[in-house]
Design a protein around this ligand. Structure first.
Ligand code: SF4
Ligand code: SF4
Length: 127
């Protein structure tokens, strides 16, 4: 019994010595992205109306909107690439592109400047 286990182990080990590694040396070698990978969030800032629906739909709270500064901010290390923000955006300015977040030694945020929109006037009260 023990001999049979040892033979199986030895056979598997020898086979694996001649196989290609199952991993790649990312980020030093380009990654081969799976066909259905969701990837990282990209924004077309021209269309963004700073409505905040993406921020409210983001489970880990990776998106922040600042209407006063007209900025859209994402913490890519908090993003779990679920795609909820892409589905929530009424202006279709968010997309998921295949790719991994670049490794870094500290958490950083990407800040995007959106067009400033005039604040809508408050509704008039009936006289
Ligand atoms: S993909 Fe998901 S986790 Fe990432 S920013 Fe959008 S809603 Fe948040
Ligand atoms: S990205 Fe889309 S959902 Fe998010 S604030 Fe801009 S328009 Fe609204």
């Amino acid at each position: 019994m023990e001999n049979r286990k040892f033979l199986t182990f030895a056979r598997t080990s020898i086979k694996n010595l001649f196989r290609k590694p199952a991993t790649v040396g990312y980020p030093y070698q380009p990654a081969d992205y799976p066909e259905r990978m969701r990837g990282h969030v990209e924004i077309k800032t021209d269309n963004c109306i700073l409505c905040g629906l993406c921020m409210r739909s983001c489970p880990p709270g990776a998106i922040r909107i600042d209407r006063a500064d007209a900025t859209w901010t994402i913490n890519r290390f908090d993003c779990v690439q679920c795609g909820s923000c892409v589905n929530a955006c009424p202006k279709e300015c968010l997309t998921l592109l295949p790719g991994y977040t670049q490794p870094a030694s500290s958490k950083t945020e990407d800040v995007y400047q959106c067009p400033k929109r005039p604040t809508p006037a408050p509704p008039k009260r009936p006289a």
